[in-house]
Design a protein around this ligand. Structure first.
Ligand SMILES: Nc1ncnc2c1ncn2[C@@H]1O[C@H](COP(=O)(O)OP(=O)(O)OP(=O)(O)O)[C@@H](O)[C@H]1O
Length: 602
């Protein structure tokens, strides 16, 4: 029975919404007062109609005049209460919705990276959009209706019982049908709505992928396949929405039938009682004005219940995000992104670190490496060797399952992630730009003078390009930096790192998108930036790391060779193979590692 009536969903709804509702208690208390005032006005108006009718029948002009003024007063009162109702409802609905949205975004910003990478962006966006709208639908007057319906039913029943006991009992005839109808309707709506919410999420995902991957979609001519998926989902959504509409229609028809039946049976029985002199015409007028107040709390409660069932699916989806684990309990203080860490060099140590993204796949196994303070260490290896994973671990984005990572001898587990990241300037493989100006994208919350910004951009060999733009540093980069080339974005990311001025520098293929001439210019800037800082560089082109103090060669999450460029070249093995492959792609060694059989000519 509890399941059928959706009691658990009801409880879940209030567990999530309770604190937010409490915050807006003034609006909800106001709405409750308005609701009571509306009820009193309705009772007064019904009584007014009855008294007017009886006064007219008995030609009581003095009473009629008094009642007219009273009626005008009731009408003005109702108009004012109606205005208050609209205002307070908006404040209650949008206040709670705003708070829920902020809680969801706050949580999203702090989600752990492994959780974040498992969430589909479209699905997450639809929780902000579709699910919050469903909840909005349930807030405000629908919540107050939970109180209103029993209160209206009881007070009107007592009032009408006082007028005529027999007539008032007619409403009891529809009560069992209304309660059973509400339970069945609620269960069917909930089932349907869950599926609709899920499909809406999948639908948003397709649109989001189509926007993000529009170049690939066009170059691989995928429009048809994307459209077919979208079309199929939309047909299914339409089918489910229509199913819901049929349910609502049936429900509405049921409510109307119950209301009309009660009205006509009250009218007929009332007419009969009048003809026997057991009731006045005025009393019947009052009665039939109020009789629908005995029906709508029963049928309306069922409709309300259905809205709760619908919203409970959305609440479940929002709660599911709010239950996901966070990497830190709260947002970083606003000043931290502007903080410049003292530039004293810092050492990095990996001490028997083991890490896997998934239990069955070990990326690092008992990995140990010491990166001396203020030196330049390069990491090379085939794709998938685990190089980028090392950076993610240093940044505290993922936590190792075993072993310790230390910075200047202190375990990073004992540091706040924000303090840890304040020490590191990271240039990732893919430079992400945000919607905003070039200047905002370079600063990312930092305070720097225009001269410092230009200096960093010059060092990253991007100032010349920026100066050619009509609005220079104030140019909007467009969503995801679409107006810039891959190399330009990469140079902006390097300028960003220069401006961060942190003691640890992590460069992950930072110059991979640059042509050799630009790379040469940027290299000078990077050499300048790296001087005196602890630098880890991942590079595909080995020519860019030949002057590194130390080179670490990785294979399948293990260090297989270490040394300087010259010592590693002399040693032979994987480093020399990689070097020959990447720097002299036509050489005998390179062809051999590509698995081709070549006959030696010498
Ligand atoms: N978020 C992730 N979830 C699951 N597995 C991952 C994730 N990121 C990387 N991996 C896996 O971990 C392994 C190491 O990846 P990593 O990105 O560290 O390699 P890499 O040496 O930096 O490669 P590349 O040179 O291509 O960037 C790979 O097998 C990869 O498939």
């Amino acid at each position: 029975m509890r399941k059928w009536l959706g009691y658990d969903n009801f409880k879940k709804t209030f567990t999530l919404l309770g604190p937010h509702l409490m915050k807006h208690w003034v609006s909800y208390a106001g709405l409750t007062a308005v609701m009571i005032a509306q009820l009193l006005c309705a009772l007064a108006f019904a009584s007014f109609l009855g008294q007017m009718t009886d006064a007219a029948i008995h030609s009581n002009f003095a009473k009629l005049t008094g009642l007219t003024f009273g009626g005008i007063g009731i009408v003005f009162g109702m108009v004012f209460i109606g205005y208050l109702n609209t205002y307070l409802q908006s404040s209650a609905i949008y206040g709670v919705k705003r708070d829920l949205k902020m809680a969801l975004f706050h949580h999203t910003l702090l989600l752990r990276a492994n959780v974040m990478s498992s969430i589909r962006s479209g699905d997450l966006i639809s929780r902000f959009d579709n699910d919050l709208n469903q909840i909005e639908n349930m807030l405000g007057s629908r919540l107050i209706d939970l109180l209103r319906y029993p209160l209206v039913y009881c007070s009107v029943f007592i009032y009408l019982f006082h007028i005529n006991a027999l007539l008032s009992l007619i409403s009891w005839g529809i009560a069992p049908a209304a309660i059973a109808g509400s339970a069945i309707f609620g269960v069917l709506m909930r089932r349907n709505s869950r599926y609709i919410n899920h499909l809406t999420g999948a639908n948003t995902q397709i649109v989001s992928e189509a926007l993000q991957g529009f170049l690939v979609i066009r170059s691989f001519v995928l429009q048809h396949s994307f459209f077919s998926r979208y079309e199929k989902q939309n047909h299914e959504l339409f089918r489910l929405e229509m199913k819901n509409a049929k349910l609502r229609g049936l429900y509405y028809a049921g409510g109307e039938t119950a209301s009309s039946l009660t009205f006509f049976s009250s009218l007929s029985l009332g007419a009969y009682l009048i003809s026997y002199g057991e009731m006045t015409i005025g009393a019947l007028m009052t009665f039939i004005t109020l009789v629908h107040y005995l029906v709508f709390p029963l049928t309306g409660a069922a409709g309300n219940w259905a809205a709760f069932q619908k919203a409970s699916g959305s609440i479940e989806r929002i709660q599911a995000i709010l239950d996901l684990p966070l990497e830190a309990p709260d947002l970083p203080p606003s000043a931290i992104s502007a903080k410049t860490y003292p530039s004293t060099p810092q050492s990095i140590d990996f001490d028997r670190v083991s890490f896997s993204y998934k239990p069955e796949l070990h990326v690092l196994n008992q990995f140990s490496l010491s990166v001396p303070a203020g030196r330049k260490t390069a990491i090379v290896g085939y794709s998938g060797a685990g190089k980028t994973t090392l950076f993610s671990l240093i940044l505290g984005i993922y936590q190792p399952q075993a072993g310790t990572i230390r910075i200047n001898g202190q375990s990073i587990q004992d540091m706040s992630v924000y303090d840890l990241r304040a020490r590191i300037a990271h240039v990732p493989q893919e430079a992400t730009l945000f919607n905003g100006t070039i200047r905002e994208n370079l600063l990312l919350g930092r305070q720097k003078s225009p001269a410092e910004i230009v200096k960093a951009a010059r060092m990253a060999a991007i100032d010349d390009f920026i100066q050619t733009l009509p609005e220079g540093y104030e140019t909007q980069v467009g969503e995801r930096g679409l107006i810039l080339s891959g190399g330009q974005k990469q140079r902006l990311a390097i300028a960003r790192a220069l401006l961060k001025n942190a003691p640890i520098l992590l460069l992950d293929e930072a110059t991979s998108a640059l042509d050799s001439e630009t790379e040469e210019k940027v290299k000078t800037a990077l050499d300048h930036l790296m001087a005196g800082r602890t630098t880890l560089i991942i590079a595909h082109r080995l020519s860019t790391i030949q002057n590194a103090d130390h080179i670490v060669v990785m294979e399948k999450g293990q260090i297989v060779q270490e040394g300087t460029h010259n010592s590693l070249m002399a040693m032979g093995g994987l480093y020399r193979r990689l070097h020959n492959e990447r720097e002299n792609p036509g050489s005998y060694d390179a062809i051999k590692v590509m698995g081709l059989s070549v006959r030696k000519t010498r």
